[in-house]
Design a protein around this ligand. Structure first.
Ligand code: ZN
Length: 558
């Protein structure tokens, strides 16, 4: 069975047109035909192969092997199947996946259904009007007592093709190293039965979503293939949620999931989104921050005035806004707004313990970023990320540089964001900030002021609430949390960085609201250019990710 499938694969993989389709436009038609052929071959390979291993899926049928042995066996499988794994990823990356590109995002969902069904996973599409559906899948393991949902998103950030070195974000390109390290473009290697293609760990695939977030999906599916091939049973029921509009703000995710709540019963959700730790070590994280945004405009005279004729007399809105913003924080970055830190749920002793063990490179960062004295009064970066923040993300009033005019401006604007931690309500945080601005004497409105208001109030602030969402943190002392840390550490030789919470924001509260605790287990390289041009995946990280996900599926137990 295996040999026969390899023969089919061999004949496909030898065809130069696949490489042509991946590398350039010329072979596009032949490439498309062969892509379909490749897909049929992959699917028939998997369909033919999987029922054989069906009995091995029974959780109780065989004593479990430990994570370290799972990793070893999965590695053997991977070494023999690198070409198949890379090509499945490359084919997937070749489908443009910007959330608003309705036609193509649907194609991504259709491809995902094929990829899941090829593994015998029951699949449902949870539709979202005008957008890619949530792709839901379920794989039951007889006698498994726990169910784990694996979350990833299949949409990617919009692309500016001109900013990409290869100019084609949806034509995956292989390089022998990162572009910054002088990586050269190389062809996808030949594959043959007697001499399977070998992909080096440091090689990188360049394409939109190669890291964020398609490769974790392919890693999970390869992990399933490897476990099946090695007859290692899963220890959990697996469900998947693949979202198609994460990069567009996950606007419909909560509603789509609530409508299909009956499908989503689970004990744990693992999110694959994001990179590993900056140190290069694997990462598991238990929380992230929420965030809110607001825009503030303060007003001077109804029109910009000559600074010579009116200076010293006309109130200057840029000065007023500067004074207002500066009064929000002290020189150490501590926020001076009343009750700003009052709702923060403090870290538990266990969370503090893990936080203290996290690697820190503050000194290197200061050096690299040209920072002489960080904020925080001596606290470490990882500690400061456990607190709410207040940040000016943009400032504007009249003109600077060559365009500067000698005027008293008519208005000044600032855009502010605040990151929230566990315990903080987005609306309440917004009101704290607004309350502070009122306390400084401002009339706060949510529209342009009238002339009467301008005549009556020396200080007016228009504040636009851009909304936001709360933070989310899964307790680290839950049995499932401890069990996951254990499996991951066993699978990675104890190298994994365990973080109580990351600084960024992802709306993981949605899963918290569904009653499913979540933990982040990312796999991709930190230097992946996520969201930017030249997004890339280091293949060694993909290989490690396959092993890690396989170990979790085979050995997570609590
Ligand atoms: Zn992502």
């Amino acid at each position: 069975m295996h040999a026969e499938s390899d023969t089919i694969w061999h004949s496909v993989a030898q065809g130069p047109a696949i490489r042509g389709a991946l590398a350039g436009a010329e072979g596009a038609l032949r490439g498309a035909v062969l892509r379909i052929f490749f897909r049929v071959c992959l699917i028939s390979f998997l369909m033919a192969f999987w029922p054989l291993a069906g009995s091995a899926q029974n959780a109780a049928s065989k004593p479990r092997v430990g994570p370290a042995q799972v990793v070893e066996q999965v590695r053997v499988y991977r070494i023999g199947n690198e070409d198949r794994i890379v090509r499945e990823l490359a084919e997937f990356l070749a489908i443009p996946n910007v959330a608003s590109d309705t036609e193509n995002i649907q194609k991504n969902a259709a491809r995902l259904v094929e990829m899941l069904e090829a593994r015998g996973i029951e699949t449902h599409l949870l539709p979202i009007t005008g957008r890619g559906p949530v792709v839901f899948g379920k794989l039951i393991t007889p006698e498994a007592k726990r169910t784990v949902i694996f979350y990833a998103h299949y949409d990617g950030q919009p692309v500016d093709a001109a900013a990409w070195t290869d100019g084609k974000p949806f034509e995956p390109a292989l390089r022998d190293a990162a572009i910054e390290a002088g990586g050269k473009r190389i062809p996808f290697p030949e594959n043959a039965v007697k001499q399977p293609a070998v992909y080096k760990d440091d090689w990188r695939i360049y394409a939109r979503s190669s890291s964020d977030d398609k490769s974790p999906i392919v890693a999970l599916l390869a992990a399933l293939d490897a476990l099946r091939a090695k007859r290692i049973p899963l220890n959990v029921n697996l469900k998947v949620i693949f979202e198609g509009e994460e990069e567009a703000g996950s606007t419909n995710l909560q509603r789509a999931l609530e409508l299909h709540k009956n499908l989503l019963g689970a004990d744990l959700l693992i999110t694959a989104d994001g990179p590993v730790h900056p140190s290069g070590r694997p990462l598991v994280f238990f929380g992230n921050r929420g965030d809110i945004g607001l825009d503030i405009t303060v007003y001077g005279p109804v029109r910009a005035l000559h600074s010579g004729h009116y200076g010293n007399w006309a109130p200057n809105p840029a000065m007023e806004l500067s004074r207002l913003l500066a009064s929000m924080k002290d020189a150490n970055g501590h926020v001076l707004i009343d009750e700003y830190y009052d709702d923060v749920v403090p870290l538990t002793a266990l969370e503090k313990e893990w936080l203290a063990k996290m690697p820190e490179n503050d000194a290197e960062l200061e050096h690299e970023l040209g920072i002489a004295k960080p904020e925080g009064g001596g606290e470490k970066l990882v500690e400061l990320l456990q607190l709410p923040s207040l940040n000016i993300r943009g400032l504007s009033s009249a003109y600077v540089g060559d365009r500067a005019q000698n005027v008293v401006p008519d208005k000044a604007e600032a855009s502010i964001d605040a990151r929230l931690v566990k315990g903080e309500d987005p609306r309440h945080k917004f009101e704290q900030i607004v309350g502070f601005i009122r306390k400084q004497g401002y009339l706060v409105i949510d529209r342009e002021p009238t002339i009467e208001e301008r005549r009556a109030h020396p200080l007016i602030a228009k504040i636009i609430d851009e909304g936001g969402y709360r933070a989310s943190r899964t307790p680290m002392d839950l049995p499932l949390s401890k069990a996951l840390i254990q499996v991951v550490q066993d699978a990675t030789g104890g190298r994994t960085v365990v973080a109580p919470g990351l600084g960024g924001s992802v709306p993981m509260y949605i899963f918290e609201d569904l009653g499913v605790p979540w933990i982040g287990v990312p796999i991709v390289n930190y230097d992946n250019h996520q969201h930017s041009s030249d997004e890339n995946l280091r293949l060694g990280h993909l290989w490690n990710g396959i092993e890690l996900y396989a170990a979790i599926l085979a050995d997570l137990d609590w």
